[in-house]
Design a protein around this ligand. Structure first.
Ligand SMILES: *Cc1c(COP(=O)(O)O)cnc(C)c1O
Length: 638
């Protein structure tokens, strides 16, 4: 194990192994000989760009941490990868339909993200999936390619449908996917009123079940989608209105981050059966839309663990095409165009959250007295004895005793029977015991569960200049884990075990689950801070779902966002910069009026002048401070 090398010489390769960057980085990230994390947007043989250099460039341009860094080339590369993989599978298997990807806008609705996808995706006819009127309007405003699909999911009212029909009239390739039986009537009525023939699809509820965090949107229990009987009703209604020719698409969505390829296959087979059924009913069809679910290997384990996936992109594409063919060929049904709505896998890699560490709290070395004071209570004496008696064979027992006597002391303190100083002495012995156990247990082969938790209680707390609630909502809400690592100093041995706390000081605003080849680990290996030097961490693969779920916990706002584009020769350009929210922005989101705040402050300050508590020039300085404060970044500024 690499850690053993600490005493000799820690090398860059040891950091690469420790943080698993080659396992989760998909070739987009690596560590340079200098020990910096580098971005390799053109693949391993292309140019490398150092993240610490990008950070230095941002500081020169007046941007403080935290910064969400987007690498445009990675987004291009992901879209290209998905299309290339499908094309390869289609060619190898002699599939006769084509592949059409769409990006589900809800996964990252930021204007520049959707715009980049439509621009770069145009040459592949990569389209958009929308789930609301707002998303539809945004999509139409950004799309230029008329061949790319616009898939309308979600509940659709009359206005939503009218917007879609008008877009269809403008030449966009819009599909209305029925999520509810009642939508059909509105679609038919509005298309008659506007004189536009709609492209209709249905979202099927599959009976196949999938494991995972987000996968309740699949199966029988899903709130969305039509049952087979309801789908047949759609056929009958369309037939009766002489509009069966509008029925072109079958859609299903298993849920997100489907980590097992078997679940993907099962879903495709069931979807393909339904598709065949609809063709046999006389619907023209032509499109099979398999939804999202293509997973990201966040922990780099390449398993069916929830934060990973047990398949590659190529395997996904091959399996999907093969499964569709196996069902359709058997029934002699022509191959449809395959649509997928991959969101997570398209955008996750392209954003990195960068932040600096503001402070560290460490469990202090304990100093114990040579001898106990005469009046020391019984539990203190017992704790001292426990400490003296620790051996490899009684670790669990000593641990239990330590907790027992410490708690006994606490009780006695509450009851007023021991002094504050006596209690403190007990706590010191307690921590001395815990630290000894922590040392000893490294020699145990199988560490009991209780003892494993000790590392967490002894871990350093690194205070990061960011908000979990704002920038990593899934980390807080569903314990999603993301790869986190220092972005420099990787030639040095990371001697500290740490958990990370954000600056909201909320007990939920912390990160204590980290990726590990064996699953998850409670602490992260980090370097000790150096005086007068910033220490930067990166949270990787945060491009999907993290940006718009963020809430205004503690009134921390949006972070600065910066995009870079890397040229073939390794130079790069800061292509877009969005300054994060100011304090005034954030206050106005929650209905304060910054101008009114200043007016109120002014009158408070003026009153203080009149009462002689401050001078007029002090009033000026106070007002200046508040005005600067309102203009400032919501995060910690150096
Ligand atoms: C959320 C969603 C997606 C995106 O799923 P990913 O797993 O992120 O690819 C696709 N389709 C529908 C209908 C969705 O609701």
């Amino acid at each position: 194990m690499a850690r053993n090398r600490a005493l000799q010489q820690w090398r860059v390769e040891d950091s690469v192994e420790l943080y698993g960057i080659n396992s989760w980085g998909a070739g987009y990230f690596d560590v340079s000989d200098k020990g910096d994390v580098v971005i390799c947007p053109h693949g391993p043989r292309g140019p490398q760009v150092s993240i610490p250099e990008i950070i230095a460039g941002l500081h020169e341009r007046g941007y403080d941490m935290p910064v969400l860094l987007r690498v445009e080339n990675i987004l291009d590369a992901r879209i290209a990868n998905i299309h290339d993989s499908f094309r390869k599978a289609i060619k190898n298997l002699n599939y006769t339909g084509s592949y059409r990807g769409v990006f589900p806008v809800k996964v990252n609705q930021q204007q520049q993200v959707v715009e980049k996808i439509t621009q770069f995706g145009a040459k592949y006819h990569h389209g958009l999936e929308v789930g609301s009127k707002a998303e539809l309007i945004a999509a139409i405003s950004l799309m230029t390619d008329r061949k790319a699909c616009v898939i309308c999911n979600g509940y659709k009212d009359e206005e939503f449908i009218d917007l879609g029909l008008q877009a269809l009239r403008l030449g966009f390739n819009v599909f209305f996917v029925l999520e509810m039986p009642s939508e059909l009537e509105v679609v038919l009525e509005r298309s008659k009123a506007l004189g536009v023939r709609p492209n209709i699809g249905v979202r099927a509820k599959l009976s196949s079940k999938v494991g995972g965090h987000w996968t309740d949107s699949g199966g029988d229990r899903s709130t969305f989608g039509l049952s087979p009987a309801q789908i047949v009703d759609v056929v009958d209604t369309l037939k009766a209105s002489d509009m069966l020719d509008c029925f072109q698409l079958l859609h299903y969505h298993l849920g997100s981050q489907v980590s097992n390829i078997r679940d993907i296959r099962t879903g495709v087979m069931e979807g393909a059966r339904l598709y065949v059924g609809l063709v046999q009913e006389g619907a023209p069809m032509g499109y099979l839309d398999l939804g999202g679910g293509l997973a990201v290997d966040y922990d780099g384990t390449h398993t069916n663990y929830i934060s990973s996936r047990n398949y590659s992109l190529d395997e996904y594409c091959t399996d999907v095409v093969e499964a569709v063919m196996s069902i359709l060929d058997e029934q002699g049904v022509p191959h449809p165009h395959i649509i997928t709505e991959s969101g997570r896998a398209t955008v996750a890699y392209y954003s990195v959250l960068l932040f600096n560490i503001l402070d560290v709290s460490v469990v202090e070395e304990v100093h114990l007295p040579e001898s106990l004071p005469e009046d020391s209570p019984e539990p203190v004496r017992n704790l001292r004895e426990t400490l003296a008696g620790i051996s490899l064979r009684n670790l669990q027992e000593c641990y239990n005793d330590a907790i027992y006597y410490r708690d006994e002391m606490r009780q006695m303190f509450f009851a007023g029977r021991v002094t504050l100083r006596q209690r403190t002495l007990a706590e010191r012995f307690f921590w001395a015991i815990i630290m000894r156990i922590a040392q000893e247990k490294t020699r145990l082969k199988n560490v009991p569960r209780d003892l494993a938790d000790i590392d967490v209680s002894l871990a350093d707390i690194y205070y990061g200049n960011f908000s979990v609630f704002q920038s990593l909502p899934d980390s807080w809400a569903i314990d999603q884990i993301f790869p986190i690592m220092p972005v420099h100093r990787l030639k040095e041995f990371p001697s500290r075990q740490a958990i990370i706390s954000d600056i909201t000081c909320d007990s939920d605003g912390r990160i204590d689950h980290f990726i590990d080849p064996q699953g998850v680990k409670p602490t992260l290996d980090l370097h000790p801070l150096r005086d007068g030097e910033e220490y930067y961490l990166g949270v990787f693969l945060v491009g999907a779902y993290q940006e718009t779920l963020g809430d205004l916990h503690n009134l921390m706002g949006d972070t600065n966002v910066v995009s870079i584009r890397v040229a073939e020769d390794g130079t790069y350009e800061y292509t877009r910069e969005i300054r994060g929210d100011s304090v005034a922005d954030i206050l106005s989101y929650v209905e304060y009026e910054p101008r009114r705040i200043l007016e109120d402050l002014r009158s408070t300050a003026e009153q203080a002048v009149r009462q002689g508590r401050i001078s007029p020039s002090e009033r000026f300085a106070i007002m200046q401070a508040f005005e600067d404060g309102l203009r400032g970044y919501t995060y910690f500024e150096r």
